[in-house]
Design a protein around this ligand. Structure first.
Ligand code: SF4
Length: 532
């Protein structure tokens, strides 16, 4: 490698949810890409030839078409944005297809990059790539169409945090840093990272977007989850191994949190511990003890399973600024068993009812996640849940309901074993491969008739009729104009009035306007013909 060799720019890009601009959160920190970028940066610390940058396309505002009609105009602005990186450097792109929602935009992005920079290397990774690898090598949506170029040079499966940096180094050493049109797409198996403590602290400066105002600042202390909730698309399903839940020690977690807060010291956004499953009681108590001796201005948020929470945690939580989210999901014993949340629903529900007032008295805010419309649901089960959660809201002042409509997620038990739900409950999945449809995926993924007793429209009515009134009652408890009160006032207001998720009336309209299945399929065919 000589000094005159061109520079190499590694661009790690988070795509968008196409045709659903209301669905993507702006101003979020893309932690999973920052982890990869940090490893690349460290590996080439002394090599000024290589630079790395994380781009959250959602924040760049250059590619957010809301309809097919806006598509061409937005492609032009995307091209103008990308062309800025054409400064003579060799470019290596890493696209994160983190979820099914990013499938169309990942393919479109690869196509635009291939046209603008034919010799650049284009890599892709993420959950969706792990679940549907072939859809990135030979996308079904574009087979038999005129497009004949390779979209991706490399597909990364597994956890590429470290492996991507090794890959860049190998490429540099071999000099193979350009795309070879004669070579087919290659798969790189990364496996899992055994010891998370071998990962460096994240270098947040690698994301160039302004530091403020973030909605929240995410941090992770673990990867994977040993549980098997049927609606969840957690990564463990890829590896079919419950033993692959890994977490750092409380001491390491505390140092990482301090590092994060040091970087974002002026920002008051909530710090969210985003682990799918956040540790266990003794681990958390050690962590709370360390936090008690540390001054922290930000609010903290974490999600804990009801059956993994212990009352003995309350006294350690009391002096801390914590919000805890619990995935209750349903109050129907039958549904809790179907969802594989618990085998003892009675104990599960009474446990939550017993520690909720204790947490409330200790000043801990509690978010309660509820899922309506999971396969198997019927009128009675939804009614039981509504009654139960209304009672809970009477038991605690700092109580925030978070109600969601069931969405089909690739990798989940329901997705994989959908035939079981069809046979057992007569569930109907209107668009099982919804991510190739050029329409709002928040809607298409949730078009599931839970059983022969109710349709998805019956579930939507819960959100348009009962939920706004219930949210309105809960808002009244949050009176302060700052801190957590302000955050939850704003959140609940949005749920009632709906600027973000617009449940109240527009969502019904959107479902009604979605179109007949045949028309949707014709539109989908036309879309893919037009863009490829
Ligand atoms: S919902 Fe939470 S506890 Fe259940 S499998 Fe997913 S990550 Fe694990």
């Amino acid at each position: 490698m000589s000094k005159t060799d061109p520079k190499i720019k590694v661009l790690l890009i988070q795509p968008i949810t196409i045709f659903t601009s209301a669905f993507d959160f702006k101003n979020t920190i893309v932690t999973h890409l920052l982890e990869i970028a940090t490893n690349v940066n460290l590996r080439f610390n002394h090599n000024s030839r290589v630079s790395v940058e994380v781009i959250n396309l959602i924040d760049e505002n250059v590619f957010r078409p809301d309809s097919i009609g806006q598509y061409d105009k937005h492609i032009k602005s995307l091209e103008q944005f990308l062309i800025k990186f054409n400064d003579g450097s060799d470019l290596i792109f890493g696209i994160s297809c983190f979820s099914s929602n990013y499938y169309i935009s990942s393919l479109v992005l690869a196509k635009v990059i291939r046209n603008l920079f034919p010799s650049s290397l284009i890599c892709v990774g993420g959950y969706q790539v792990n679940y549907f690898t072939n859809e990135f090598i030979f996308p079904r949506a574009i087979e038999n169409r005129k497009y004949d170029k390779k979209l991706f040079d490399f597909i990364f499966l597994g956890e590429s945090d470290k492996k991507f940096a090794e890959f860049i180094e190998d490429r540099l050493q071999s000099g193979a840093i350009h795309s070879n049109p004669d070579e087919s797409c290659q798969i790189i198996q990364c496996g899992l990272i055994d010891n998370l403590e071998t990962l460096p602290f994240i270098d947040y400066s690698l994301m160039k977007t302004p530091k403020s105002p973030f909605l929240f600042i995410p941090i992770y202390f673990s990867k994977g989850c040993p549980f098997s909730c049927t609606f969840c698309g957690d990564f463990r399903n890829v590896y079919k191994s419950k033993e692959r839940w890994r977490l750092v020690s409380p001491k390491e977690a505390f140092s990482r949190l301090r590092e994060l807060i040091r970087y974002y010291e002026d920002i008051t956004s909530q710090v969210q511990i985003f682990d799918p499953l956040w540790a266990y009681p003794d681990w958390r108590i050690d962590f709370y003890k360390m936090l008690q001796n540390y001054e922290i201005t930000q609010e903290l948020w974490a999600e804990i399973r009801i059956d993994q929470f212990s009352n003995k945690e309350v006294k350690y939580l009391k002096p801390l600024n914590f919000t805890l989210a619990f995935g209750l999901e349903s109050a129907s014993h039958r549904m809790l068993r179907i969802m594989k949340k618990t085998q003892d629903p009675k104990k599960y529900l009474s446990r939550f009812s017993s520690f909720l007032p204790e947490l409330d008295a200790a000043g801990i805010y509690v978010i309660c996640n509820i899922l309506f419309g999971h396969p198997g649901e019927n009128d009675l089960s939804m009614m039981k849940t509504m009654n139960f959660i209304e009672n809970l809201a009477q038991m605690a002042e700092n109580f925030v309901p978070s109600l969601s409509k069931y969405m089909l997620i690739p990798g989940s038990d329901v997705f994989t074993n959908y035939k079981y739900y069809v046979d057992r409950y007569q569930s109907k999945f209107h668009y099982r491969h919804y991510w190739t449809i050029p329409k709002c995926s928040a809607i298409s993924s949730s078009m599931v008739d839970p059983s022969d007793k109710i349709s998805y429209l019956d579930v939507i009515k819960v959100f348009s009729q009962w939920a706004p009134n219930f949210y309105s009652k809960c808002i009244k408890n949050f009176n302060n104009k700052k801190g957590r009160d302000f955050i939850y006032q704003r959140y609940l207001n949005e749920m009632v009035l709906g600027p973000r998720l617009y449940w109240k009336n527009k969502i019904l309209q959107d479902y009604n306007d979605f179109g007949e299945k045949n028309d949707v399929m014709v539109e989908t065919e036309h879309f893919w013909n037009t863009i490829f």
